[in-house]
Design a protein around this ligand. Structure first.
Ligand SMILES: [Zn+2]
Length: 268
């Protein structure tokens, strides 16, 4: 069986210009894109960023036919306070094979905005994880909890600082995620582009010790050249934590896949 990237974007997301077609030659027989659903998006003047679903499905069908590959529909649900009803309403009306849940913003500020660099890191971390804690209690209808460290990508927190500031909150967040069968995402962009490998070592162990058993790897690619980025390293990290499988979501079903089988699968 073959693993495939569980987090990537095309021009159906507000912040990507990549054509879906450009990923096709770089992946195996299966692929999913996870497009942004972000209501009240501060990065877009608080407009709603919503994928053009009809055009999305049409493009998937066109490329399925052309390539013979299986292409799934995915969404990255950006939760923010007060938007629950709109999110639920949208998801009730549009079908997706894979749903990932993200916390990007607080209504005024996306935590990847450069302003964050000039703020007090401890304040940012405290604010971000309190927000995530409230958010995941209010909304947890998803398969995967994406990049748990999104809000602190722009900071240089050591694992020690992180633990003191946000350790208890993160533990409580993971308890809710596990209760709702959400997978832990190894976001290779966070790990390798934003140098948060240490935080992932710390967080994987917490998630695992709380009984969490589901793990996905997502590149968070916004252009085709980043698909599968640092996959092998992420697999090695899981093995180092004595985790020997990864999970795949497709057609609203979850598959467990031994890591030893992956090695053959993802090299093209
Ligand atoms: Zn994403």
């Amino acid at each position: 069986m073959e693993y495939y990237d569980q987090h990537m974007h095309t021009n159906f997301s507000f912040d990507s210009k990549e054509k879906m077609e450009n990923y096709l030659s770089l992946v195996g027989n299966r692929m999913v894109t996870t497009e942004h659903l972000e209501f009240n998006n501060p990065e877009e003047k608080n407009q709603d960023s919503v994928p053009d679903y009809d055009a999305y499905v049409k493009e998937i069908n066109r490329l399925k036919e052309k390539s013979g590959k299986r292409i799934y529909r995915g969404v990255e649900i950006g939760y923010s306070a007060g938007q629950e009803d709109k999110i639920r309403d949208y998801l009730a009306k549009h079908e997706f094979d894979v749903k990932i849940l993200s916390f990007h913003q607080n209504g005024d500020l996306d935590f990847m905005n450069d302003k964050v660099r000039h703020m007090d890191p401890i304040d940012v971390a405290t604010q971000y994880y309190k927000m995530m804690w409230k958010g995941i209690n209010a909304f947890h209808d998803a398969d995967i909890l994406a990049h748990f460290d999104y809000g602190i990508r722009k900071l240089n927190l050591t694992s020690g600082m992180f633990q003191t500031t946000a350790g208890v909150l993160l533990t409580n967040i993971f308890k809710i995620a596990i209760r709702h069968d959400m997978a832990f995402e190894l976001n290779t962009k966070s790990m390798y582009k934003y140098h948060n490998i240490g935080l992932y070592d710390y967080a994987i162990e917490i998630y695992k010790q709380l009984g969490g058993k589901r793990f996905t790897i997502g590149s968070d690619a916004h252009d085709a050249k980043n698909v599968y980025s640092h996959y092998d390293e992420a697999l090695e990290m899981l093995k180092a934590h004595d985790i020997h499988h990864i999970n795949i979501y497709s057609n609203n079903a979850m598959t467990v896949m031994p890591i030893d089988d992956v090695d053959e699968g993802i090299r093209y």
